[in-house]
Design a protein. Structure first.
Length: 397
């Protein structure tokens, strides 16, 4: 077995950059429809709640893909799933501009959601197997930074291109980008050398998943991942509608620049790691949750400054909390750590689905104040309920 690529090897950079670009593209696609929601409601004459299914149905597909591809890649290898995922994700963007029935938009987004998992479920495992242990953390940090950059660029570029040209043009650009990245991955992604097919039965894998649901600490963290993402996604999903209407009346092009505040999330994860090493993980994790809530409250101010400052604080707080929640999972899981991380991701993306569509009735009845009030309340209520339910357990022990 090969000891793994080091930073001196060209294939180290080939792997990190090609997988990083694949990841950036996947996350750009994931959030590309968020700034397009106001256009979709007008283009197809549909409700806001129906338009938001382009996000929630994609997430449902992603959750299914994470579970299915996670199992399959352990048996059949990583490389094929990464390459095929990029291609399958890109093709629907060529078809979507010709669709006249919105139901087909939803179907194609579901297909994209399943395909997205081909990179998300495989990327870190691929790096872990092929990179030398000494340089694994560096490779992982670089890879995750591409995730954040992709999520930001997907929102900014799609909104800007749709406003300046058309949403059809924005989708064609995404399709072309996917083809280019597919070619880069095809050329530069090294073949697996250390992959060992799993000989564990599917039944045992499923058992490894379910055993974590018996760990109260992990269940709480899974729930927190869901709640944090519900708050984060709901604010981002309905922000374009808020800014597009009075008193702001922002154009889609101008709205797309608000997604640059996502850049605070790029520094949030490494900042969380640094602070946790100095102050302790639980304290910094709590600070991240509190910062997220404060950011949501700031966006209640009916001013441009309030929105921009609030979104910056939201992104910083969310990524600090999320990164440390994910770290907690790996620390608390004493075995089947991969399964525990997968369960956290599943709960995390369930939060995306709920935050994007289930909040539509709140928006239609109470608009932005209703969205932000509920979004700010969720982490607080969940934290309080967690403390209440854990007290009897502590007394017994």
């Amino acid at each position: 077995m090969h000891e793994g690529y080091t930073m001196r090897d060209a294939k180290f950079w080939g792997m990190v950059i090609s997988l990083g670009l694949a990841s950036a593209y996947i996350f750009a696609v994931m959030y590309a429809f968020q700034p397009l929601l106001p256009i979709l409601t007008k283009q197809f004459g549909i409700s806001i709640s129906y338009a938001s299914t382009t996000m929630s149905i994609m997430t449902v597909g992603l959750i299914i893909g994470l579970l299915a591809i996670g199992f399959a890649s352990d048996r059949y290898g990583r490389e094929w799933f990464v390459k095929s995922a990029i291609l399958v994700v890109a093709v629907p963007f060529v078809i979507l501009p010709f669709v006249t029935d919105f139901a087909w938009v939803v179907v194609l987004r579901f297909v994209q959601g399943i395909a997205l998992a081909g990179v998300i479920a495989v990327g870190l495992a691929y790096l872990g197997e092929e990179i030398h242990p000494k340089f694994r953390s560096t490779a992982t940090a670089l890879y995750i930074s591409f995730n954040s950059i992709g999520g930001m660029l997907g929102r900014v570029l799609t909104g800007g291109l749709a406003e300046k040209h058309s949403w059809d043009f924005a989708l064609y650009v995404l399709a072309a980008t996917g083809i280019v990245i597919f070619i880069i991955v095809l050329i530069f992604l090294p073949k697996s050398r250390n992959f060992m097919p799993s000989e564990v039965s599917v039944a045992k894998d499923v058992k490894g998943f379910l055993v974590h649901l018996k760990n109260p600490k992990l269940v709480i963290i899974f729930g927190f991942g869901m709640v944090l993402q519900m708050t984060f996604t709901s604010v981002w999903t309905y922000l374009p509608f808020y800014l597009n209407a009075a008193p702001f009346n922002w154009s889609l092009h101008r709205i797309s620049f608000i997604y640059l505040t996502y850049g605070f999330g790029i520094v949030g994860a490494p900042l969380a790691g640094f602070l946790a090493s100095k102050m302790g993980l639980p304290i910094v994790r709590t600070m991240g949750v509190a910062t997220l809530v404060i950011g949501v409250i700031i966006t209640m101010l009916p001013s441009t400054t309030g929105i921009i400052v609030g979104m910056c604080v939201i992104c910083l707080g969310f990524f600090v909390a999320h990164s440390l929640m994910a770290s907690t999972v790996t620390m608390e899981a004493t075995h089947h750590k991969g399964s525990a991380s997968s369960l956290y991701l599943v709960s995390y993306y369930i939060g995306v689905a709920i935050g994007s569509s289930a909040f539509s009735t709140i928006w239609e009845s109470y608009h932005w104040q209703g969205i932000t009030l509920l979004a700010a309340s969720l982490p607080i209520v969940y934290s309080v309920l967690t403390l209440i339910t854990r007290k009897p357990h502590k007394k017994m022990t």
